[in-house]
Design a binder for this molecule. Structure first.
Ligand code: 97T
Length: 263
């Protein structure tokens, strides 16, 4: 997979030299190219922003500079199938594991990092006519720019590429998990020693009883989901819940929809 990233802070992307993504780049699984947007600015000050039309605070990134940068990176029309373009912005569609999986199937992604109040909207309009453009948010908080959002997305997408995670682990991941577990967060995990500073590992995990271990893990996953992600708990599909699950949810004073209580 080829990844192009355009930013006024290429130094932000140093982490892509290390760990999983760094190894994938060394092996040639990933071809990451980071570009300095200011290389396409023409004035002596390498200006990339200007004041917003209609007034208001902050600065907006200039369309001409972005246009020249993107034209150069994507090359002449018809030269190669164009990339999908991703623009991080707090007003974008949510970045989810589903979108990460979709992007992992693409041969070429172009990330455009905005700073200040964002990129002149005509840039997205212009390229929407030539390639698939998605404005994407990584969550409901405000960053100083798109760079960290791109790091998040590149890591989430990169680990899904064949051979990046090491096959043993990727199999254990989402695809192998039973359907119902996909809507629950993970429970707690433990390793040796069995007692640490007086804290004991739950006895069931040392019991060797695989059925009891599986049931305990599911209970813990349900407890944590109710506590930390009530909106996920509320959306649980009753078809994926057994009697034990329903009893536990009741104990946690969590109520299913009345129509589901008959089951
Ligand atoms: O807050 C931002 C500023 C610039 C670019 C992206 C973001 C953002 O992306 N997801 C959440 C916030």
């Amino acid at each position: 997979m080829r990844l192009d990233i355009i930013s006024i802070f290429p130094e932000y992307f140093a982490p892509l030299d290390v760990s999983l993504i760094g190894k994938a780049r060394e092996r040639g699984t990933l071809d990451v190219r980071v570009h300095q947007l200011r290389d396409w600015a023409h004035d002596v000050h390498k200006t990339v922003d200007d004041t917003p039309y209609g007034g208001g605070p902050g600065m907006v990134m200039k369309p001409e500079v972005w246009g020249e940068a993107i034209d150069t990176v994507i090359g002449a029309p018809g030269e190669a199938p164009p990339p999908r373009m991703i623009v991080p912005t707090p007003s974008g569609r949510p970045f989810t594991q589903e979108l990460a999986q979709e992007l992992a199937g693409e041969p070429w992604l172009l990330f455009a990092c905005g700073r200040y109040e964002g990129i002149d909207s005509r840039v997205m309009a212009e390229y929407s006519a030539r390639l698939r453009v998605d404005e994407v948010s990584i969550g409901d908080y405000v960053l100083a720019g798109g760079e960290v959002a791109v790091l998040v997305m590149v890591e989430a997408v990169g680990r899904l590429l064949p051979g990046v995670l090491g096959n043993a682990q990727s199999a254990v991941d989402d695809s192998f998990a039973p359907g119902s577990m996909r809507n629950l967060v993970e429970g707690p995990v433990y390793t040796k020693p069995p007692v640490w500073r007086g804290h004991e590992v739950p006895a069931v995990l040392l019991s060797g009883h695989h059925g009891n271990v599986a049931r305990w893990r599911r209970d813990e996953a349900i407890r944590r989901t109710v506590r930390n992600r009530p909106e996920l708990a509320a959306a649980l599909d009753p078809e994926t819940l057994d009697k034990h699950d329903r009893k536990l949810l009741e104990e946690l004073s969590f109520r299913l929809q009345p129509e589901d209580m008959a089951n």
